[in-house]
Design a protein. Structure first.
Length: 175
């Protein structure tokens, strides 16, 4: 019998997130000028920043390409941001190669078909509650939160709590 998702969470060193449908709710507001605006969750951002500050690898791999998204993620301390990616598996392979990351120690959160093949390669494939049926079928853990509504926070917090790092990160911080 395989390990439970909680047991796998003990081994996670790396978080990889898709953007649209994971860090956003899949909605895009289109301005008269054609600019596409997205909404991101502050609590997801807070957890991603905590993960970076606690020494986890945090990476973004997205087919979408938006400079506002890149700026937001950089402000959280995330340096590995791959936007406009046509082949997520190739990007994943390059990223894990460069940092010598064991794919069994990776948690990947995706929500739709472009995430399917890369999710099959990681130790802990996860998705938001409102992910597509094909993604839910291969996810080891399905968050009770929807994309853009705290799903990323959910998995980061669970991993950090499992490893005893969640509240330890905030001890002594009084923001």
């Amino acid at each position: 019998m395989g390990k439970s998702y909680k047991e796998i969470m003990n081994e996670i060193t790396t978080f990889i997130f898709d953007v649209d449908g994971v860090l956003t709710d899949s909605s895009v507001f289109v301005t008269n000028e054609g600019e596409m605006l997205r909404t991101m969750n502050i609590r997801d951002g807070y957890a991603m920043k905590a993960a970076v500050e606690s020494g986890y690898n945090v990476c973004i791999i997205s087919g979408g390409s938006n400079e506002g998204v890149r700026i937001r993620l950089r402000n959280l301390g995330i340096t590995d941001i791959y936007l406009g990616t046509s082949d997520k598996v190739e990007t994943f392979d390059e990223y894990t190669d460069v940092y010598s990351i064991n794919s069994n120690q990776v948690l990947y959160m995706g929500d739709d078909i472009p995430d399917y093949h890369v999710m099959k390669l990681v130790g802990l494939p996860t998705c938001p509650q409102d992910a597509s049926p094909e993604i839910k079928a291969i996810a080891t853990y399905i968050s009770h939160k929807n994309g853009g509504k705290g799903a990323a926070r959910d998995v980061i917090e669970q991993v950090m709590k499992t490893q005893g790092k969640w509240m330890a990160h905030f001890d002594g911080k009084h923001d």
